[in-house]
Design a protein around this ligand. Sequence first.
Ligand code: LCV
Length: 275
Amino acid sequence: MTSTDTTPATAGNAPQTPIVTGEVDGMVGTITLNNPAKRNALSRELLDALMAQLEAFRGASVRSVILRAAPGMKVWSAGHDIRELPKGGEDPLGYADPLERALRAIRTYPGAVIAMVQGTVWGGAFDLVLSCDIIIADDTSSFAITPANLGLPYNTTGLLHCLNRLPLNLIKEMFFSAAPVHAEDARQWGIINHLVSAEEIESYTQNLAGLISSKAPLAIAVVKEQLRVLSDYQPISAQVFERLQDMRREIYDSEDYKEGINAFLEKRKPVFYGR
Ligand code: LCV
């Protein structure tokens, strides 16, 4: 098994503990998110390292990728790094946002990307997990999408990811309540492909990744891209798109959005006034 970490060593000091590591075993690659101090918050640094690892796997013709948190972490990922969200006046989830770039990197990787989830998944990390091709979780997992906690306007691409995967009534309950969906319910709703025990999740995921890696890689790469193109195709007129963007701009320019960010940074509950 070979391992590579993509976190740059700090200039002049000993290399920091890598927040993202990659390992290859045969034709299966594993990317491990390992920033426990920040609950694997999806910072630019972490996401750039994740994308660099995917690129390295692509160059090495790795056929299946497992995306996981470091063993023992109770939080798989706390979602978008809130400290890196704009404080208003610009789209907080624009096309060039590191999280959006990482979602596209996963969705266009020419092989299976399997999310192995142990622990809680929050906010944009839910979009990240949904962007993986297959989700395997254990009973410590839960999934929450939380823009309503921040007063943040989720982007239309992210809503489309949800609409392509989940029933509308579940999507509404998750977005409106920001409440976690726990493992058993996640299985029943189809958020996850398989719910397995904590003891067997690693071997289960490795076996599935190994099985997929033994199949015809070109056929898998093409069917994955066909499914992405077909599921992303949602004809809306330019006028409708502009209207949706206008509505989102009203929110990210609102007092509520500023309050949501500040409340998190000040470690207090937000108070929203709908303005
Ligand atoms: C930066 C963090 C974060 C974090 N960013 O540990 O979905 S959307 O649309 O809203 C999208 C924009 C998005 O993804 O937004 C982020 C959504 N995520 C959340 O709302 C989760 C926020 N985090 C939490 O609720 C808690 O941290 C959880 C429940 C994940 C873990 O709680 P726990 O008590 O174990 P702490 O809250 O004490 O956090 C430990 C450290 O991680 C930082 C947090 O600021 C703290 O850092 P300091 O020790 O420097 O204070 N952290 C956690 N989440 N999303 N930083």
